[in-house]
Design a protein. Structure first.
Length: 103
């Protein structure tokens, strides 16, 4: 099961994920978040995966897709998750991401 909390502040879309991001649940992320990004033209996103308790290869590819659509993107992770996202900008908290985006 995947739960998604979406919030927008200061021109940044905050997406907080809870549960499992897998081949079976990625369609929910695609449907809710990627559609929103494309329809609204969002340029800045913070994907918070700190509360995911499982993510598979398919889930990582979906995160990468969200990440690449936006001009400035960061992923908030726990230290144990850093190895999952080697190619992407990551931070350990949302406030750091906001400061780096610079809005």
């Amino acid at each position: 099961m995947l739960d998604i909390d979406i919030d927008s502040k200061m021109g940044i879309l905050f997406v907080r994920l809870f549960g499992k991001l897998t081949k079976e649940t990625r369609s929910k992320l695609n449907k809710e978040v990627i559609t929103l990004i494309n329809n609204v033209g969002i340029q800045n996103i913070v994907l918070n995966i700190q509360n995911l308790n499982y993510i598979d290869k398919s889930g990582i590819k979906t995160l990468e897709k969200c990440y690449k659509i936006c001009e400035k993107s960061f992923i908030c992770v726990n230290p144990s998750q850093i190895g999952l996202i080697k190619k992407l900008n990551y931070v350990t908290d949302e406030m750091t991401a906001v400061n780096l985006i610079g809005v």
